[in-house]
Design a protein around this ligand. Sequence first.
Ligand SMILES: Nc1ncnc2c1ncn2[C@@H]1O[C@H](COP(=O)(O)OP(=O)(O)OP(=O)(O)O)[C@@H](O)[C@H]1O
Ligand SMILES: [Mg+2]
Length: 411
Amino acid sequence: MVAVKKHMIVSGLDVGTTKVCCLIGEIGNDGNLEIIGKGIAPSHGVKKGVVVDIAETVKSIQLAAQEAERGAGFKLHSVFVGVTGEHISSINSHGVITLAHEPKEVVEDDVRRAVEAAKVVSLPAEREVIHVIPRGFTLDGQNGVKNPVGMLGMRLEVNTHIVTGMGTFLHNLTKCVETAGLEIEENGLVLEPLASSLSVLNEAEKELGILLIDIGGGTTDLAVFRNRHIFHSSVIPVGGNHVTYDLAVAFRLSPEEAERVKVSYGSAVPSQISEEDKIEVTTLSGMKESISRRQVAETIAPRMEELFALIKREIEQLPKDSSLAGVTITGGTSLLPGISDVAAEILKFPVRVGYPQPSTGTLNDAIHNPAYSTGVGLVIYGAKSLQNRRLYRRRETFLAKAFRSLFREFF
Ligand SMILES: Nc1ncnc2c1ncn2[C@@H]1O[C@H](COP(=O)(O)OP(=O)(O)OP(=O)(O)O)[C@@H](O)[C@H]1O
Ligand SMILES: [Mg+2]
């Protein structure tokens, strides 16, 4: 069990299509996570997960960060930042290294070298690596090794999941965060569905096989886990904003009124709504009109069906041995009534809606919302990453000290 330094502070910044969410987390020495600062600001400079207006995005980040800082009572320095968008792509890669010509004990540096070897894939010049995630090791032909450190062997192989993004889009996002006065942590850009998975999925789901679907405003992020590791991730440029747009066009409403109608009266299953059920709306011309809730649902349903049909096509393209036990939906759009029924009907899997929940500790009620899954996940990712870094540095210092004393002894 890793000893956690008392009160580690970690911050996550989710620059979404509809909102920027900044969360400051405090991790106690018992591993308990408490969100001590939360800032939410409307996002106007991001489309389909990608920055399209730097000045607007900087403004939203500053507003969200300042609100979170006020809650926490101190100034933020560095953050872990979520990335998404259609430009993200992922591949699975394999790395092999020879450890020695006779059995030797595997050390952490061997694992690093094997992962580095897996990184040697030919990438177009405009793409940058965001993650190289080890998915399992093979030691001297024995596969299924979860952590080879301390074991004896001569040849180490690793399967990895490599996530890449377009350098220009990553640069623009980085520039917005830095212009807003924040620093990005070392290796602090994090694939959003990977972050969401940490706050929403339980270990059993990740072990048995699960598809995580984070449906936000502008994107739907997918991540598939099996044997506790991610092995597929992708981003579909469709989200809840498209539903709002459809309602605005169908009933001649402003985007704000369409959003209100969707959030307050929407459903993805028309048959669950009575034909008699009417609501009053204000149309673009300023007139009050009575419209049928059944018709609202009939406008929403085809967009949701289309989205899950696209997701089904992705599932069908997964390798044959990657069977799934279920589907977990999260993100703001997962709050749409009936969405899990549509997902279960089309995907033919048990479906649940996932709320952010750290493995230890409880979350403040104000964070208990699927729209914050990525934000909370970024804090959890950050905490793990800082812990590993500290542990590695401590070990390095220990080794350096041991080496120095050995050196003194001999010379
Ligand atoms: N109760 C609700 N019913 C239906 N839709 C909802 C509800 N609450 C929020 N939404 C929708 O959720 C979407 C926003 O979700 P979320 O906050 O996860 O997106 P985001 O992170 O800003 O965007 P993205 O991840 O696509 O970049 C909006 O389209 C909003 O209309
Ligand atoms: Mg999001």
